[in-house]
Design a protein around this ligand. Structure first.
Ligand code: PMT
Length: 413
Protein backbone atom coordinates (compact mmCIF):
# COMPACT_ATOMS: atom_id res chain seq x y z
CA UNK A 1 0.00 0.00 0.00
CA UNK A 2 1.46 3.45 -0.89
CA UNK A 3 2.37 5.72 2.06
CA UNK A 4 -0.21 8.41 2.90
CA UNK A 5 0.29 11.81 1.22
CA UNK A 6 1.44 14.76 3.34
CA UNK A 7 -1.60 16.28 5.06
CA UNK A 8 -2.20 20.01 4.85
CA UNK A 9 -0.65 21.94 7.72
CA UNK A 10 -2.65 25.10 7.10
CA UNK A 11 -5.66 24.63 9.36
CA UNK A 12 -8.08 26.32 6.93
CA UNK A 13 -7.57 23.58 4.33
CA UNK A 14 -7.68 20.42 6.37
CA UNK A 15 -10.14 17.74 5.29
CA UNK A 16 -13.58 17.93 6.91
CA UNK A 17 -12.82 14.37 8.09
CA UNK A 18 -9.78 15.48 10.14
CA UNK A 19 -10.27 14.60 13.82
CA UNK A 20 -13.79 13.22 13.23
CA UNK A 21 -14.87 10.01 14.96
CA UNK A 22 -16.36 7.80 12.25
CA UNK A 23 -17.99 4.47 13.04
CA UNK A 24 -17.54 2.10 10.09
CA UNK A 25 -20.09 -0.72 10.18
CA UNK A 26 -19.35 -3.75 8.01
CA UNK A 27 -22.07 -6.32 7.29
CA UNK A 28 -21.97 -9.73 5.64
CA UNK A 29 -21.45 -9.32 1.93
CA UNK A 30 -18.72 -10.25 -0.52
CA UNK A 31 -17.87 -6.52 -0.73
CA UNK A 32 -16.80 -6.53 2.94
CA UNK A 33 -13.18 -6.57 1.77
CA UNK A 34 -13.65 -3.11 0.25
CA UNK A 35 -14.46 -1.73 3.71
CA UNK A 36 -10.78 -2.13 4.53
CA UNK A 37 -9.87 0.35 1.78
CA UNK A 38 -12.62 2.71 2.95
CA UNK A 39 -11.13 2.57 6.44
CA UNK A 40 -7.62 3.26 5.16
CA UNK A 41 -8.78 6.29 3.16
CA UNK A 42 -10.70 7.70 6.12
CA UNK A 43 -7.66 7.30 8.38
CA UNK A 44 -5.42 8.93 5.74
CA UNK A 45 -7.80 11.90 5.71
CA UNK A 46 -7.32 12.28 9.47
CA UNK A 47 -10.45 10.55 10.78
CA UNK A 48 -10.56 8.29 13.83
CA UNK A 49 -12.20 5.11 12.55
CA UNK A 50 -14.13 2.91 14.98
CA UNK A 51 -14.84 -0.39 13.17
CA UNK A 52 -17.77 -2.68 13.91
CA UNK A 53 -18.27 -5.99 12.13
CA UNK A 54 -21.42 -8.08 12.26
CA UNK A 55 -21.19 -11.81 12.75
CA UNK A 56 -21.96 -12.38 9.07
CA UNK A 57 -19.23 -9.93 7.99
CA UNK A 58 -16.68 -12.12 9.77
CA UNK A 59 -17.55 -14.98 7.38
CA UNK A 60 -16.22 -12.80 4.55
CA UNK A 61 -13.17 -11.07 6.11
CA UNK A 62 -11.37 -11.56 9.40
CA UNK A 63 -11.13 -8.84 12.02
CA UNK A 64 -7.31 -8.68 12.02
CA UNK A 65 -6.80 -6.65 8.85
CA UNK A 66 -9.50 -4.11 9.63
CA UNK A 67 -8.26 -3.80 13.23
CA UNK A 68 -4.78 -3.09 11.92
CA UNK A 69 -5.87 -0.44 9.43
CA UNK A 70 -8.60 1.30 11.47
CA UNK A 71 -7.86 3.51 14.48
CA UNK A 72 -8.80 0.88 17.06
CA UNK A 73 -9.62 -2.84 17.20
CA UNK A 74 -12.80 -4.10 15.56
CA UNK A 75 -15.79 -4.39 17.90
CA UNK A 76 -18.17 -7.26 17.30
CA UNK A 77 -19.91 -7.86 20.62
CA UNK A 78 -22.99 -6.41 22.23
CA UNK A 79 -22.32 -8.53 25.29
CA UNK A 80 -18.99 -8.84 27.11
CA UNK A 81 -17.55 -6.04 24.97
CA UNK A 82 -14.07 -5.31 26.37
CA UNK A 83 -14.23 -1.62 25.30
CA UNK A 84 -17.22 -0.49 27.37
CA UNK A 85 -19.93 -2.09 29.55
CA UNK A 86 -22.65 -0.28 27.57
CA UNK A 87 -21.56 -0.52 23.92
CA UNK A 88 -25.14 -0.40 22.60
CA UNK A 89 -25.31 3.34 23.26
CA UNK A 90 -21.71 4.48 23.83
CA UNK A 91 -20.42 3.81 20.32
CA UNK A 92 -23.26 5.62 18.54
CA UNK A 93 -23.34 8.52 21.00
CA UNK A 94 -19.65 9.25 20.47
CA UNK A 95 -19.79 9.25 16.66
CA UNK A 96 -19.60 12.26 14.34
CA UNK A 97 -20.68 10.04 11.45
CA UNK A 98 -21.65 6.41 10.88
CA UNK A 99 -20.97 4.67 7.57
CA UNK A 100 -22.32 1.19 6.85
CA UNK A 101 -20.39 -0.36 3.94
CA UNK A 102 -21.40 -2.80 2.65
CA UNK A 103 -24.98 -2.73 3.91
CA UNK A 104 -26.97 -5.94 3.30
CA UNK A 105 -30.74 -6.16 2.73
CA UNK A 106 -30.99 -7.57 6.27
CA UNK A 107 -29.17 -4.60 7.88
CA UNK A 108 -31.29 -2.16 5.87
CA UNK A 109 -34.52 -3.88 6.97
CA UNK A 110 -33.43 -4.03 10.61
CA UNK A 111 -32.39 -0.37 10.61
CA UNK A 112 -35.70 0.66 9.05
CA UNK A 113 -37.82 -1.05 11.74
CA UNK A 114 -35.45 -0.38 14.64
CA UNK A 115 -34.72 -4.06 15.19
CA UNK A 116 -31.62 -3.59 17.32
CA UNK A 117 -30.38 -7.15 17.67
CA UNK A 118 -26.60 -6.67 17.50
CA UNK A 119 -23.93 -4.03 18.16
CA UNK A 120 -24.22 -2.35 14.76
CA UNK A 121 -28.01 -2.03 14.72
CA UNK A 122 -27.95 -0.79 18.35
CA UNK A 123 -25.33 1.79 17.39
CA UNK A 124 -27.44 2.99 14.45
CA UNK A 125 -30.53 3.37 16.63
CA UNK A 126 -28.65 5.07 19.48
CA UNK A 127 -26.91 7.77 17.44
CA UNK A 128 -27.76 11.38 16.62
CA UNK A 129 -24.90 11.51 14.11
CA UNK A 130 -25.53 11.53 10.35
CA UNK A 131 -25.57 8.06 8.77
CA UNK A 132 -24.39 6.94 5.33
CA UNK A 133 -25.68 3.56 4.14
CA UNK A 134 -23.89 1.95 1.19
CA UNK A 135 -25.95 -1.04 -0.01
CA UNK A 136 -24.40 -3.98 -1.85
CA UNK A 137 -26.29 -7.08 -2.92
CA UNK A 138 -27.38 -9.04 -5.97
CA UNK A 139 -29.50 -7.17 -8.53
CA UNK A 140 -32.63 -9.22 -7.77
CA UNK A 141 -32.36 -8.29 -4.10
CA UNK A 142 -31.51 -4.63 -4.76
CA UNK A 143 -34.57 -4.33 -7.03
CA UNK A 144 -36.92 -6.20 -4.66
CA UNK A 145 -39.86 -3.99 -3.60
CA UNK A 146 -39.10 -4.61 0.11
CA UNK A 147 -35.55 -3.32 -0.26
CA UNK A 148 -36.67 -0.37 -2.41
CA UNK A 149 -39.32 0.48 0.17
CA UNK A 150 -36.85 0.27 3.07
CA UNK A 151 -34.33 2.45 1.23
CA UNK A 152 -37.03 5.05 0.43
CA UNK A 153 -38.02 5.19 4.10
CA UNK A 154 -34.44 5.58 5.29
CA UNK A 155 -33.88 8.33 2.74
CA UNK A 156 -37.03 10.15 3.89
CA UNK A 157 -35.64 10.03 7.44
CA UNK A 158 -32.47 11.81 6.29
CA UNK A 159 -30.18 8.80 5.99
CA UNK A 160 -27.67 9.32 3.16
CA UNK A 161 -27.71 6.48 0.65
CA UNK A 162 -24.67 5.87 -1.57
CA UNK A 163 -26.26 3.87 -4.35
CA UNK A 164 -24.56 0.70 -5.57
CA UNK A 165 -22.98 0.66 -9.00
CA UNK A 166 -23.53 -1.70 -11.91
CA UNK A 167 -20.83 -4.25 -12.59
CA UNK A 168 -19.57 -7.72 -11.80
CA UNK A 169 -21.15 -9.32 -8.73
CA UNK A 170 -20.31 -12.42 -6.73
CA UNK A 171 -20.72 -15.67 -8.66
CA UNK A 172 -19.99 -14.00 -12.01
CA UNK A 173 -23.36 -12.22 -12.32
CA UNK A 174 -23.39 -8.72 -13.79
CA UNK A 175 -25.85 -5.98 -12.85
CA UNK A 176 -26.76 -3.26 -10.37
CA UNK A 177 -25.81 -3.93 -6.75
CA UNK A 178 -22.02 -3.68 -6.58
CA UNK A 179 -20.77 -1.61 -3.63
CA UNK A 180 -19.85 1.96 -4.63
CA UNK A 181 -16.09 2.54 -4.85
CA UNK A 182 -14.17 3.45 -1.67
CA UNK A 183 -13.45 6.83 -3.30
CA UNK A 184 -17.18 7.49 -3.76
CA UNK A 185 -17.94 6.45 -0.17
CA UNK A 186 -15.23 8.72 1.27
CA UNK A 187 -16.40 11.56 -0.99
CA UNK A 188 -19.89 11.11 0.45
CA UNK A 189 -18.44 11.38 3.97
CA UNK A 190 -16.65 14.60 2.98
CA UNK A 191 -19.89 15.98 1.55
CA UNK A 192 -21.87 15.12 4.69
CA UNK A 193 -19.30 16.54 7.12
CA UNK A 194 -17.99 19.40 4.95
CA UNK A 195 -19.53 22.80 4.20
CA UNK A 196 -22.22 23.03 1.48
CA UNK A 197 -20.99 26.48 0.49
CA UNK A 198 -21.26 25.86 -3.27
CA UNK A 199 -24.76 24.43 -3.13
CA UNK A 200 -26.35 24.78 -6.59
CA UNK A 201 -23.39 26.77 -7.97
CA UNK A 202 -22.36 25.79 -11.52
CA UNK A 203 -18.64 25.16 -11.90
CA UNK A 204 -16.70 24.32 -15.08
CA UNK A 205 -13.17 22.95 -14.68
CA UNK A 206 -10.60 21.95 -17.31
CA UNK A 207 -8.02 19.24 -16.67
CA UNK A 208 -5.16 17.42 -18.39
CA UNK A 209 -2.80 18.32 -21.19
CA UNK A 210 -4.00 18.88 -24.74
CA UNK A 211 -2.64 16.69 -27.55
CA UNK A 212 -2.01 18.33 -30.92
CA UNK A 213 -1.74 15.91 -33.86
CA UNK A 214 1.39 15.81 -36.02
CA UNK A 215 0.07 12.94 -38.09
CA UNK A 216 -2.35 10.04 -37.65
CA UNK A 217 -0.34 8.54 -34.75
CA UNK A 218 1.93 11.24 -33.31
CA UNK A 219 1.03 14.19 -31.11
CA UNK A 220 2.61 17.15 -29.34
CA UNK A 221 1.68 16.62 -25.69
CA UNK A 222 2.76 17.64 -22.20
CA UNK A 223 3.14 15.99 -18.80
CA UNK A 224 -0.18 17.01 -17.24
CA UNK A 225 -1.93 14.02 -15.63
CA UNK A 226 -5.18 15.86 -14.89
CA UNK A 227 -4.89 15.07 -11.15
CA UNK A 228 -5.02 18.70 -10.01
CA UNK A 229 -8.04 19.54 -12.18
CA UNK A 230 -9.88 16.39 -11.07
CA UNK A 231 -9.17 17.24 -7.42
CA UNK A 232 -10.71 20.69 -7.93
CA UNK A 233 -13.78 19.19 -9.61
CA UNK A 234 -14.15 16.62 -6.78
CA UNK A 235 -13.79 19.25 -4.06
CA UNK A 236 -16.34 21.58 -5.73
CA UNK A 237 -18.82 18.70 -6.16
CA UNK A 238 -18.40 17.61 -2.53
CA UNK A 239 -19.41 21.12 -1.49
CA UNK A 240 -22.66 21.01 -3.46
CA UNK A 241 -21.63 22.46 -6.84
CA UNK A 242 -22.92 21.20 -10.19
CA UNK A 243 -19.61 20.44 -11.86
CA UNK A 244 -18.64 19.90 -15.49
CA UNK A 245 -15.10 18.72 -16.11
CA UNK A 246 -13.62 19.27 -19.58
CA UNK A 247 -10.84 16.71 -19.67
CA UNK A 248 -8.20 15.20 -21.94
CA UNK A 249 -7.48 12.27 -19.60
CA UNK A 250 -9.48 9.21 -18.61
CA UNK A 251 -9.23 9.20 -14.81
CA UNK A 252 -12.31 7.97 -12.93
CA UNK A 253 -14.94 10.72 -12.86
CA UNK A 254 -15.32 12.19 -9.37
CA UNK A 255 -18.74 11.36 -7.87
CA UNK A 256 -21.48 13.58 -9.28
CA UNK A 257 -19.25 15.25 -11.89
CA UNK A 258 -20.12 15.32 -15.60
CA UNK A 259 -17.05 14.73 -17.76
CA UNK A 260 -16.69 16.08 -21.32
CA UNK A 261 -13.83 14.39 -23.17
CA UNK A 262 -11.65 16.51 -25.47
CA UNK A 263 -8.19 16.13 -26.95
CA UNK A 264 -6.91 19.24 -28.72
CA UNK A 265 -6.75 22.92 -27.72
CA UNK A 266 -9.42 23.67 -30.34
CA UNK A 267 -11.77 21.03 -28.87
CA UNK A 268 -11.10 22.32 -25.36
CA UNK A 269 -11.76 25.89 -26.47
CA UNK A 270 -15.11 24.96 -27.98
CA UNK A 271 -16.15 22.87 -24.93
CA UNK A 272 -15.08 25.59 -22.46
CA UNK A 273 -16.61 28.50 -24.36
CA UNK A 274 -19.99 26.84 -24.77
CA UNK A 275 -20.19 26.00 -21.06
CA UNK A 276 -18.43 28.95 -19.45
CA UNK A 277 -20.97 31.58 -20.47
CA UNK A 278 -23.60 30.07 -18.13
CA UNK A 279 -21.22 29.12 -15.30
CA UNK A 280 -20.78 30.81 -11.93
CA UNK A 281 -17.18 29.63 -11.61
CA UNK A 282 -14.63 28.62 -14.29
CA UNK A 283 -11.27 27.06 -13.44
CA UNK A 284 -8.62 26.43 -16.15
CA UNK A 285 -6.32 23.85 -14.56
CA UNK A 286 -5.50 22.23 -17.92
CA UNK A 287 -2.10 22.55 -19.54
CA UNK A 288 -3.03 23.80 -23.01
CA UNK A 289 -0.43 23.53 -25.77
CA UNK A 290 0.77 26.99 -26.83
CA UNK A 291 1.67 25.77 -30.34
CA UNK A 292 0.29 23.17 -32.74
CA UNK A 293 1.33 21.91 -36.19
CA UNK A 294 -0.21 24.00 -38.96
CA UNK A 295 -1.03 20.90 -40.99
CA UNK A 296 -1.43 17.46 -39.43
CA UNK A 297 -0.71 14.70 -41.94
CA UNK A 298 -3.76 12.50 -42.58
CA UNK A 299 -1.75 9.24 -42.47
CA UNK A 300 1.42 8.19 -40.64
CA UNK A 301 4.56 10.10 -41.71
CA UNK A 302 7.04 7.57 -43.13
CA UNK A 303 10.55 7.31 -41.68
CA UNK A 304 11.91 6.61 -45.14
CA UNK A 305 10.78 10.09 -46.28
CA UNK A 306 13.31 11.70 -43.89
CA UNK A 307 12.98 14.09 -40.95
CA UNK A 308 9.74 16.08 -41.38
CA UNK A 309 9.71 19.88 -41.19
CA UNK A 310 6.88 20.59 -38.76
CA UNK A 311 5.63 24.16 -38.94
CA UNK A 312 3.87 25.35 -35.79
CA UNK A 313 1.25 28.02 -35.22
CA UNK A 314 -0.03 29.45 -31.90
CA UNK A 315 -3.15 27.92 -30.36
CA UNK A 316 -5.92 30.22 -29.13
CA UNK A 317 -5.44 31.40 -25.54
CA UNK A 318 -8.66 29.92 -24.15
CA UNK A 319 -8.39 31.58 -20.75
CA UNK A 320 -7.69 35.03 -22.18
CA UNK A 321 -10.78 34.60 -24.37
CA UNK A 322 -12.89 33.63 -21.36
CA UNK A 323 -11.51 36.67 -19.50
CA UNK A 324 -12.51 39.07 -22.28
CA UNK A 325 -16.12 37.78 -22.36
CA UNK A 326 -16.55 37.02 -18.65
CA UNK A 327 -20.16 37.56 -17.49
CA UNK A 328 -20.61 39.81 -14.48
CA UNK A 329 -20.40 37.98 -11.16
CA UNK A 330 -18.54 34.97 -12.60
CA UNK A 331 -15.33 33.93 -10.81
CA UNK A 332 -12.62 33.13 -13.37
CA UNK A 333 -9.57 31.19 -12.17
CA UNK A 334 -6.38 30.36 -14.04
CA UNK A 335 -3.27 28.39 -13.21
CA UNK A 336 0.32 29.40 -13.95
CA UNK A 337 2.97 26.73 -14.47
CA UNK A 338 6.29 28.50 -13.90
CA UNK A 339 9.93 27.52 -13.48
CA UNK A 340 11.26 30.97 -12.47
CA UNK A 341 9.98 34.36 -11.22
CA UNK A 342 6.82 32.59 -10.01
CA UNK A 343 4.95 35.54 -8.55
CA UNK A 344 5.92 38.14 -11.19
CA UNK A 345 5.04 35.86 -14.11
CA UNK A 346 1.79 34.71 -12.52
CA UNK A 347 0.78 38.30 -11.70
CA UNK A 348 1.30 39.28 -15.33
CA UNK A 349 -1.06 36.43 -16.41
CA UNK A 350 -3.59 37.41 -13.72
CA UNK A 351 -3.81 40.94 -15.13
CA UNK A 352 -3.51 40.15 -18.84
CA UNK A 353 -6.19 37.41 -18.77
CA UNK A 354 -8.49 39.44 -16.44
CA UNK A 355 -8.69 36.75 -13.78
CA UNK A 356 -10.12 36.85 -10.26
CA UNK A 357 -7.55 34.34 -9.03
CA UNK A 358 -4.43 32.65 -10.36
CA UNK A 359 -2.92 29.53 -8.82
CA UNK A 360 0.83 29.59 -9.43
CA UNK A 361 2.95 26.44 -9.13
CA UNK A 362 6.71 26.17 -9.50
CA UNK A 363 6.75 23.05 -11.65
CA UNK A 364 10.54 22.72 -11.32
CA UNK A 365 10.30 22.10 -7.54
CA UNK A 366 10.35 18.52 -6.18
CA UNK A 367 6.88 16.86 -5.90
CA UNK A 368 5.19 19.98 -7.33
CA UNK A 369 2.98 20.28 -10.43
CA UNK A 370 2.88 17.86 -13.34
CA UNK A 371 1.90 14.24 -12.58
CA UNK A 372 2.66 14.29 -8.82
CA UNK A 373 0.02 13.49 -6.21
CA UNK A 374 1.10 16.63 -4.33
CA UNK A 375 1.41 20.30 -5.17
CA UNK A 376 2.57 23.56 -3.58
CA UNK A 377 1.02 26.79 -4.85
CA UNK A 378 0.79 30.54 -4.39
CA UNK A 379 -2.69 32.05 -4.67
CA UNK A 380 -2.76 35.51 -6.23
CA UNK A 381 -5.75 37.86 -6.39
CA UNK A 382 -5.78 41.39 -7.82
CA UNK A 383 -4.65 43.83 -5.13
CA UNK A 384 -4.28 41.18 -2.42
CA UNK A 385 -1.22 39.72 -0.67
CA UNK A 386 -0.07 36.38 -2.15
CA UNK A 387 -1.08 33.35 -0.07
CA UNK A 388 1.30 30.39 -0.02
CA UNK A 389 0.05 26.82 0.34
CA UNK A 390 2.86 24.46 1.34
CA UNK A 391 3.34 21.02 -0.21
CA UNK A 392 0.17 18.98 0.34
CA UNK A 393 -2.04 16.45 -1.43
CA UNK A 394 -3.66 17.88 -4.57
CA UNK A 395 -7.05 17.47 -2.89
CA UNK A 396 -5.87 19.76 -0.05
CA UNK A 397 -4.61 22.30 -2.60
CA UNK A 398 -8.02 22.05 -4.30
CA UNK A 399 -9.65 22.81 -0.94
CA UNK A 400 -7.53 25.98 -0.64
CA UNK A 401 -8.52 27.04 -4.18
CA UNK A 402 -12.22 26.40 -3.54
CA UNK A 403 -12.08 28.22 -0.17
CA UNK A 404 -10.67 31.27 -1.98
CA UNK A 405 -13.34 31.03 -4.68
CA UNK A 406 -16.03 30.95 -1.96
CA UNK A 407 -14.43 34.03 -0.34
CA UNK A 408 -14.44 35.88 -3.69
CA UNK A 409 -18.08 34.92 -4.30
CA UNK A 410 -19.04 36.11 -0.81
CA UNK A 411 -17.31 39.45 -1.54
CA UNK A 412 -19.18 39.69 -4.87
CA UNK A 413 -22.62 39.38 -3.22
O1 PMT B 1 -2.43 17.80 -14.36
P1 PMT B 1 -1.43 17.58 -13.25
O2 PMT B 1 -0.44 16.51 -13.59
O3 PMT B 1 -2.09 17.38 -11.92
O4 PMT B 1 -0.55 18.91 -13.12
C1 PMT B 1 -1.13 20.10 -12.72
C2 PMT B 1 -0.67 21.28 -13.57
C3 PMT B 1 0.82 21.50 -13.38
C4 PMT B 1 -0.99 21.04 -15.05
C5 PMT B 1 -1.50 22.52 -13.07
O5 PMT B 1 -1.21 22.73 -11.71
C6 PMT B 1 -1.17 23.77 -13.87
O6 PMT B 1 -0.24 24.50 -13.58
N1 PMT B 1 -1.99 24.05 -14.93
C7 PMT B 1 -1.75 25.13 -15.89
C8 PMT B 1 -0.64 24.76 -16.86
C9 PMT B 1 -0.40 25.86 -17.88
O7 PMT B 1 -0.71 25.66 -19.01
O8 PMT B 1 0.10 26.96 -17.38
P2 PMT B 1 0.45 28.29 -18.29
O9 PMT B 1 1.17 29.17 -17.33
O10 PMT B 1 1.15 27.88 -19.54
O11 PMT B 1 -0.96 28.91 -18.66
C10 PMT B 1 -1.62 29.88 -17.86
C11 PMT B 1 -3.11 29.67 -17.91
O12 PMT B 1 -3.61 29.87 -19.24
C12 PMT B 1 -3.55 28.26 -17.51
O13 PMT B 1 -4.72 28.37 -16.73
C13 PMT B 1 -3.84 27.59 -18.84
O14 PMT B 1 -4.90 26.60 -18.70
C14 PMT B 1 -4.32 28.76 -19.70
N2 PMT B 1 -4.02 28.61 -21.13
C15 PMT B 1 -2.74 28.49 -21.58
C16 PMT B 1 -2.48 28.40 -22.94
C17 PMT B 1 -3.57 28.43 -23.85
N3 PMT B 1 -3.37 28.33 -25.16
N4 PMT B 1 -4.82 28.55 -23.38
C18 PMT B 1 -5.06 28.63 -22.06
O15 PMT B 1 -6.23 28.74 -21.64
Amino acid sequence: MPPPLPRATNETIVSPLEGKRIVLGVTGGIAAYKAIEVSRRLVDAGAHVVPIMTEAAQHFVGTTTLSALASEPVQTELWHNPTTPIPHTKVGQGADLIIVAPATAKLIAAYRIGYSHDLLTNTLIATRAPVIVCPAMHTEMWEHPSVEDNIDTLRERGVHIVEPESGRLAGGDVGAGRLASPETIVAAAETVLGPADLDGVSVVVSAGGTREPIDAVRVIANRSSGKQGYAIAAEAASRGAEVTLVSTVSLAAPPGVEVVAVETAAEMQSAMESRASGADVVVMAAAVADFRPVDAAGGKLKKRDGVPQIVLEPTPDILAGLGSTKPSGQVLVGFAAETDDLVANAEAKLTKKRLDLIVANDVSAPAVGFAHDTNAVTLLRPGAKPVEIDLAAKRDVARAVINTIVEIRTGND
